[in-house]
Design a protein around this ligand. Sequence first.
Ligand SMILES: Nc1ncnc2c1ncn2[C@@H]1O[C@H](COP(=O)(O)OP(=O)(O)OP(=O)(O)O)[C@@H](O)[C@H]1O
Length: 764
Amino acid sequence: MAPEDDFVMTIESDDESPSEPTKATNTKSQVNPDADFAQLNPEFNFSISGDALEAITLGDGGLTSGSASQKLEPVSIDDIISRRRSKLPKKRKRQTSVSEDEGDEEDQSAPASDSEEDPLVTDEEADEEGGSEPEEEEEISSENESSLDGSDEETQAEKDRKAAFFSEAEPSEAHSSFLTMNLSRPILKALTSMGFSTPTPIQAATIPVGLLGKDVVGNAVTGSGKTAAFIIPMIERLLYRERGKRAAATRCLILVPTRELAAQCFEVGTKLAAHTDIQFCLVVGGLSVKAQEAALRNRPDVVIATPGRLIDHIRNSPSFTLDALDITVLDEADRMLSEGFHDELTEIIRSCPPSRQTMLFSATMTDSVDELVKMSLNKPVRLFVDPSRATAKGLVQEFIRVRSGKEEERPAILVTVCKKLFKSNVIIFYRSKKLAHQMRIVFGLLGMSCEELHGDLTQEQRLKALRAFRDGQADYLMATDLASRGLDIKGVTTVINYDMPNDLAQYLHRVGRTARAGKKGRSVSLVGESDRKLLKAAVKRSSGADSVRHRVLAAEDVAKWVQELEELKGEVADILKEEKEEKQLRRAEMELKKGQNMIEHEEEIYSRPARTWFQSTKDKAKSAVLSKQAHEAGSDGLGKAKAKTGPDENKRKRDKYAGLTRRAKRRKMAMEEDADDGKAVDAAVRAAKKAARPAKIGEPERRPPGSKKSRDKKNAKTKVGGSGRGSAFGQELGQSAKREGVRAKKGVQTGLGNKKVGKRRTRR
Ligand SMILES: Nc1ncnc2c1ncn2[C@@H]1O[C@H](COP(=O)(O)OP(=O)(O)OP(=O)(O)O)[C@@H](O)[C@H]1O
């Protein structure tokens, strides 16, 4: 099993945007049967209350919106493995159980904790055991290290640009309690019920600035509570919004790179807003478009979305608009600003009003002006509470060397450490989906309970796997980088990197799935010769010298598993073959049902207005390639990725019509003209939506444009707010915050218990 064969970056393949034809007219030949098939259940009831994951699993009817009879069960690899396992020769089964017993003994006598008791075998010990060769202490050159960890030396010019770009952080009161932060009673109540007694450093820094309506660029280590840091000020501001049917609007948008993260954010948001009337809505790929349209028609206050599906709604859901947005948040912002999301982000930002407040967060946040300018931030406050690109304090990082020429031993090394030491609550990261799947089969055959999470699975399978792992039904989660960012799974004790990612940022996110919220955790990384620069960068960023270990495994243990896995190879291949055949069979069945469906519902399908798509299949493929290149280059930033793809881009522009026949050229030109017309139509639709949009948070109801009152209001707003950005909030909460801050200082027990939301409004 050569892992290099299938190193395919996977997070980009977490398709969020529809990969359908660019332009669809309402002619039969251009109707997309898949899209329509996916909308055939108008009765579907989308429940977003309660557990977000519950709401979006197929079990609740929410994923593809097909009726129960149309659903086809995905192939269950578990069934195939257990069927095959029962047929394994008796000798093999005995070997497996013996190995398990050995492992148990070993684990009891050598807990994977600190100091002398640590099962870490030193180089010398390994030698004595006749194990591996002595490890030479190689000096790792720091040359090009900065390209891995993004720590390029800052020039004076860049420093000056940053000084001009960012706002000076104003000295603010150090908050050691939520009670001094001027938060409303419903939020304090929710914080208490969630067990959040004191704010984390990033929360203490962000909440007061967020409440002032200022733009924020925030950085803090993984698991430090960034989600609540941006949701709390958002909810507080929303408590002062205009109410009533006419004023209902989507005022806040949280953009995240993956569906799972969106669901998690939704859960945190709904919990924090449990004692308010604020409505949240989850808008992600893999869910019923129709159900989301219905939810969006109610104008939820906060939309939590992945980019592709959001764009789909901006374009195709008539009543949905972002024109009333007051707050936009980009979680995992460095990822969202990277080349992979460039086109989507540009399209979304175009649909947002420039007056919004913008907050960007990540554990590996960039403060490079070049990368931040496209968010058109207004004098953002830089809140970097932890050293740039650091690991969490409770994390112990272990590294296992994989010598050159021994790369094929990775699976055996992995099985050795899992059988002996790390037996539950383990996430194992792989660079490729294929490898994650293969190792899942191997683990299954060895009787180790595991799930997999990557972009080759259906949304239902992804969520089911996540839930099984969360609930402790599976000990191991085989994941790709799809799961590396943001996921907060309680009780994860170990993260294993089967292979190292390409850059330090990705490494930090992966290992950040453990040691969260002040807990302890361990990461174990298999380091090949080509990963040594990254290893050095990781060691440099560790929280302390004693938090880094070099683990050497006894050679005979590894050799035993090399032998056993070799014997399993044929079995794995057979399982993969059987799975492939079953999949093909299901696909054929699905095509048949789809055909039947098209015949049965033909009239309804073709009478619907056709959807337009943000990117054609070709564009999307191009985007994916760019994203993959950026990822492989270890570049988070637009600039760096551009440098790599620039020449190609120019070439493509010059050759736009080259090589085409006259007919093809005319056709292409006509299509481009059509697209331009489409833009004009889009602009008209946007203008109409804008005219109908409700007032912003705290603003009175909109007057028709041109009316005297409307003009007066505009002038007044510009005067008070200076720039006019977020001025309604500036007048209302900014002043209120000052007032309340004084009150809090005077020692009145926050005064929030007695405060009524309505009171503040009447003061305006
Ligand atoms: N004030 C607090 N007190 C106690 N626990 C908290 C507090 N704030 C957040 N947490 C908990 O900390 C954990 C991590 O929070 P969160 O997922 O927001 O981290 P994060 O900084 O966004 O991590 P990542 O960078 O990996 O996305 C969660 O389980 C959350 O419930």
